[in-house]
Ligand binder design. Structure first.
Ligand code: PMV
Length: 327
């Protein structure tokens, strides 16, 4: 059996979506693929990937891990543990996903073209691809994305449904609280992403930082209005670019754009482009994961590379959400 799920990029509404504002995200070409070789005689699961050593877990140990992580999450909610400490290692999350439905014994190989921990939704995508190998795949899309979010909570803490919705449905999604809809926004040739490097802090940590500093702020209404306007004026390039610039300034205000990244955005703006972080960003360190860039179409990819000193990647929308083939 082969299963897959796409990564995502947030166009507008990161952080504010946690406080009930709408957000827009697109599923992208970068994806996670899981190949399952079932072993009918086996009683264990072996996980392998390009990024971690092969790891085995007995099927009988899965419920123990599940209970342990559910309790750890409750301790986080009660303020007794930090979000970072919940997962002892990345494979704990993957075994947890496979503990929710009767998993087939066998070898699960994970191949990902999504850079981890840099705002492209790698956690949600790997969770969704693994869930596709289980009976979860028979659930409705709404139930499936809630399951993805449920697993992702171990990494994102009190996160939103945004990543889960984008990788479940594919295309462009609009999320507000538990309301999810697909929208049609044309992605013309001027859209790029630039990886500014893996942030020093995890998404869960940044979400907690923002909650502590701005949880009760009225700034979320400004984000909310902005996302509404962006959707409304999407086809007008100059309005859309201006809204992107305003979005960047709001993200600076909540403290998730490192100075080095702000300096790069200033250079992009000075050349007529617009850019903002996409994803949680970072409240410390120099890196903020993905930067979403709108670069004027009369300019070239090479000129953006020369300006930034980094390799821009053209955004390609994936219309396909999480899915599988074979049994
Ligand atoms: O860092 P990412 O790409 O996983 O995005 C997180 C988006 C937040 O709004 C900051 C958190 C969330 O769960 O919506």
């Amino acid at each position: 059996m082969k299963a897959q799920a796409p990564g995502k990029l947030i166009l507008s509404g990161e952080h504010s979506v946690v406080y009930g504002a709408p957000a827009l995200a697109i599923a992208v070409r970068e994806k996670v693929e899981v190949t399952l070789e079932p072993l009918s005689e086996g009683a264990s699961i072996t996980l392998s990937s390009d990024s971690f050593d092969e790891t085995e877990c007995a099927l009988s140990d899965l419920p123990v891990l599940q209970t342990q992580l559910d309790k750890a999450y409750e301790a986080f909610l009660a303020g007794e543990r930090s979000i970072n400490g919940l997962l002892a290692c990345p494979t704990d999350l993957l075994f947890y996903v496979l503990s929710l439905f009767p998993a087939q014994p066998g070898r699960y190989h994970i191949h990902s073209t999504i850079p981890a921990g840099s705002g492209l939704g790698s956690s949600a995508a790997v969770i969704a691809a693994l869930l596709q190998t289980t009976a979860a795949a028979e659930q409705s899309a709404t139930e499936f994305m809630q399951l993805v979010r449920f697993c992702e909570r171990l990494q994102h803490g009190r996160g939103s449904l945004l990543d889960a919705a984008a990788c479940t449905l594919g295309g462009v999604v609009r999320v507000q609280n538990d309301q999810v809809s697909k929208v049609e926004l044309a992605m013309d040739g001027g859209w790029y992403r630039i990886n500014t490097g893996r942030p020093d802090c995890s998404t869960g940590e940044v979400v907690e930082y923002v909650r502590q500093c701005h949880g009760k702020s009225s700034i979320w209404t400004e984000f909310s209005d902005l996302t509404g306007q962006l959707e409304q004026h999407w086809s007008d390039v100059s309005q859309r670019s201006e809204l992107l610039r305003i979005n960047h300034r709001l993200l600076q205000k909540i403290g998730v754009v490192p100075a080095e990244v702000s300096a790069l955005v200033a250079k992009i703006e000075a050349r007529g482009g617009a850019a903002k972080i996409s994803g949680a960003g970072a409240h410390r360190g120099e890196h903020a994961g993905q930067l979403l860039v709108y670069w004027p179409e009369e300019e070239t990819e090479n000129s953006l590379a020369a300006l930034s000193g980094l390799q821009p990647v053209r955004l390609v929308l994936s219309r396909l959400g999480a899915c599988h083939e074979g049994n």
